[in-house]
Design a protein around this ligand. Structure first.
Ligand code: 3AM
Length: 196
């Protein structure tokens, strides 16, 4: 294995909720946990909840440095979008759900931010995943043996308690996988200019 490959890190770009939103998500998720105490439903921990803007996969040190430089240079030309919650839903669908998430509103500013980041990231990290952008915050994951899909039916499409967050930046995060789940470490923060 060459050194670049050996030193690569599993990275993604994400927006983390601010403290007010974190607290709302925490309260809402606690209510859901009480309402749906289903075995095999693994709830995300509050500090890890985020909106993924772009999953990059394994990134070499050289690619990482180039990406940070390019995104830092791009940020002053980007706009701050708003995050607004929509409804609870499932990936890939309710019957075969592997993920329970809170869907976010797909407004033009948020799509534009994701598009600009995607273009820049794909150029700097040619092997980056090309999964379409579906703004969401993952709340729980289902293990292979999870059998509570029918019990979760009432939650599909249920609208969430409203909140809003202006996105003033985003973070490059390293994800280390282990048997006890993923551990996230922030690598670099990118700042978006104030809206005039
Ligand atoms: O929790 P969310 O869905 O926002 O699902 C993974 C998680 O996003 C996603 O990247 C985030 C941090 O791990 N992810 C993991 N592997 C992926 C892949 N191969 C992936 N997204 C696309 N392709």
């Amino acid at each position: 294995m060459n050194t670049e490959k050996k030193n690569s890190a599993r990275l993604f770009l994400a927006v983390f909720p601010d403290d007010a939103v974190k607290s709302i998500l925490d309260k809402e998720t606690t209510l859901l946990q009480k309402k749906y105490p289903l075995p095999g439903l693994k709830w995300t921990v509050p500090a890890q909840r985020h909106l993924t803007l772009k999953f990059l996969g394994d990134v070499s040190p050289g690619e990482k440095e180039r990406l940070i430089q390019r995104l830092d240079a791009l940020c002053p030309r980007l706009r701050r979008p708003r995050l607004l919650p929509k409804a609870y839903a499932f990936f890939p669908n309710r019957r075969r759900a592997r993920v329970l998430y809170l869907g976010l509103e797909e407004n033009a500013a948020l799509s534009a931010l994701a598009r600009e980041i995607d273009a820049c990231a794909s150029e700097c990290v040619p092997g980056a995943s090309s999964t379409p952008f579906r703004p969401h915050i993952t709340l729980a994951r289902m293990g292979r043996r999870f059998s509570g899909h029918a019990a979760l039916t009432p939650l599909a499409g249920e609208t969430a308690r409203p909140w809003r967050q202006e996105v003033d930046g985003f973070v490059l995060v390293e994800s280390r996988l282990s048997a006890s789940g993923a551990k996230y470490t922030p690598v670099h923060t990118f700042f978006l200019p104030e809206t005039k």
